[in-house]
Design a protein around this ligand. Structure first.
Ligand code: GLN
Length: 199
């Protein structure tokens, strides 16, 4: 049985739990993680959207930031969405309040789409998908620079909105808010591959 932990410090946690349960189709269980000690027992992790300044502060003041880093270094797959994508980055443009975890070789623009674009939807051409993916963006950040080890999966104009580096999949939009679970399916495949390789 797979066990997936959704980091539940702030943000749209319940939507992520429900979407992941749908994607799992009974092959595992999903747990909202609010306290230290649970992350080390998870096969996969989700860092949801929300307010990256708030989540950053709460992560730093608990042992969960260290647990999360340790898990990712050990190869545990992590799905980081929206504020989660901000938090896993190496650098954030012009932002001093968020302490990024430095897990992914990316530079983030927190207001890459401009403050006037509060939320929008876009049809994305995603690497490996045979038809467009309708994505929901809410006060979305974007990746404005990637290092060599990062695989870019989708863009909106110049902005990178989906990328993967080793066991991290980072999305600027909200895959938990739509019925299309293709990103969840990739994530679950990452978990299964790790289980098979005994990692
Ligand atoms: N702009 C927000 C932040 O940087 C993220 C928005 C979201 O997660 N929906 O915290």
């Amino acid at each position: 049985m797979l066990r997936i932990g959704v980091i539940a410090l702030q943000g749209d946690v319940s939507e992520h739990v429900l979407a992941m349960e749908r994607a799992l189709q009974g092959k595992g269980e999903v747990q909202a993680v609010r306290t230290p000690g649970i992350i080390p027992g998870c096969d996969g992790l989700v860092l949801p959207g929300g307010e990256s300044t708030t989540i950053s502060k709460q992560l730093a003041s608990s042992e969960m930031a260290e647990e999360l880093k340790k898990a990712v270094y050990a190869g545990v797959p992590l799905l980081a969405t929206c504020a989660g994508l901000v938090l896993v980055s190496r650098e954030i443009e012009g932002e001093m309040r968020v302490k990024p975890l430095g897990l992914m070789d990316t530079r983030i623009g927190r207001n890459a789409f401009g403050p006037q674009r509060e939320s929008f939807e876009a049809d994305l051409d995603v690497k490996g998908f045979d038809r467009p993916y309708r994505a929901v963006f809410i006060r979305a950040p974007a990746i404005v620079r990637v290092g060599e080890g990062v695989d870019v999966l989708a863009r909106v104009g110049e902005n990178i909105v989906a990328a993967r580096q080793n066991s991290i999949m980072a999305l600027a939009f909200h895959p938990e808010l739509t019925d299309d679970l293709r990103f969840h399916d990739i994530f679950l495949k990452m978990l299964e591959e790790r289980a098979i390789s005994g990692g």
